[in-house]
Design a protein around this ligand. Structure first.
Ligand code: AMP
Ligand code: MG
Length: 340
């Protein structure tokens, strides 16, 4: 029997795998076989490992990813989000867009605006979308920040209004929504077990084929080729936001892609990475971005107030903190603090 993936690298393209790829029969889980797929979508490389009796399952999963990529890409004039952004008036949207905007709004309110999907004009000014990087001046940012305010987005049933000049960027939540949709597809399709890694978003369906828990490795922000440790999970999402994931350098300064909506600049609140462990990939995605912006103290306040997730924080000095619920599932050779 082949040796299965053990550690999954959060936020990077590859699961560390010892299998030879393709499809292979597995003992102990009926007629299920392993189906692997690499997909490029949402500006990142995604890896799917699915254990199923359905030979079409990986294609169905890829189709679902591409459907959502097309729907949520604000640069694609055909996408639903483009139409929402450029209508300049109220538009009727799908239930899916409603679900995403509602979750984003909830995390925006709870985080006091640290998470804000109206960040688009500022993201554009920094060049993160076009990849023509630029460091905006204070004056530029002052003007652009007037267009950043989640509370100005109105959502009434399926009707959404984005005021003229404002634009939604779902980059901080779209991959989490997508991994949730994949879990639903796997459930409908009778998949035995699966694990997906969509950039920094890992999500597991069930347990490993041998019945043990999945071990998801968490990257070391200082050396993204290695790991600070791992968490053991089943049916959970493990979502990391880190300053090392997307950045550019100018005049010796590194500028990363997680923007503090109050400043319009890369968040600089002492953290290098935030990993959220929770059932919903979408919630995990929004929270990892939000808590990165809040910094450790704000993140811990959020956890105490709202709960519903566990987290691993790495600060700019490499110090590791975990929330108390991870005490038995976090494995790490370095020292770490447990937040009660
Ligand atoms: P993530 O990698 O999930 O932390 O999300 C980062 C992406 O979310 C960026 O590439 C932007 O598209 C978007 N983003 C950046 N800053 C914020 C923020 N403060 N709130 C919401 N979305 C953001
Ligand atoms: Mg996110």
């Amino acid at each position: 029997m082949k040796k299965f993936i053990d550690f999954i690298c959060v936020a990077s393209l590859v699961f560390v795998t010892f299998s030879s790829g393709g499809c292979s029969k597995l003992s102990g889980i009926g007629e299920a076989s392993k189906y692997e797929k690499i997909v490029y979508a949402m500006d990142t490389i995604m890896q799917l490992d699915i254990y199923s009796t359905d030979p079409e399952v990986s294609q169905k999963a890829e189709d679902e990813i591409m459907r959502l990529d097309k729907m949520l890409d604000r640069g694609d004039e055909e996408s639903e989000i483009y139409k929402v952004n450029h209508a300049g008036k109220a538009v009727t949207v799908s239930d899916e867009i409603v679900e995403i905007i509602s979750m984003a709004h909830d995390v925006s309110v709870k985080s006091g605006g640290a998470f804000d999907i109206t960040i688009a004009p500022v993201m554009d000014a920094w060049g993160f979308y076009s990849k023509s990087y630029h460091v905006p001046s204070d004056d530029e940012l002052d003007v652009l920040l007037k267009k950043v305010d989640y509370s100005k987005i109105s959502l009434d049933g399926n009707t959404v209004t984005v005021p003229d000049g404002m634009e939604l960027d779902l980059g901080g939540i779209a991959k989490g929504y997508t991994s949730d949709r994949l879990m639903e597809l796997f459930k409908r399709d009778g998949v035995h077990s699966a694990i997906v890694s969509l950039g920094g978003n890992v999500q597991a369906f069930g347990r490993k084929p041998d019945g043990s828990l999945w071990n998801v490795a968490i990257q070391d922000p200082e050396k993204p080729d290695s790991y600070i440790g791992s968490v053991s999970i089943e049916n959970m999402a493990v979502v990391t936001s880190g300053s090392y994931q997307r950045y550019f350098e100018r005049d010796g300064i590194t500028y990363h892609h997680i923007i503090d909506p109050y400043e319009g600049r890369p968040a600089d609140n002492g953290l290098s990475s935030v990993t959220i462990i929770t059932e919903s990939g979408m919630l995990g995605d929004a929270l990892s971005t939000a808590l990165f912006v809040l910094g450790l103290d704000g993140a811990v306040d959020y956890w105490h107030t709202y709960g519903g997730f566990q987290a691993v924080f790495v600060d700019n000095n490499g110090k590791i903190y975990i929330t108390a619920g991870l005490e038995n599932s976090f494995k790490c050779e370095r020292s770490y603090d447990i937040i009660q």
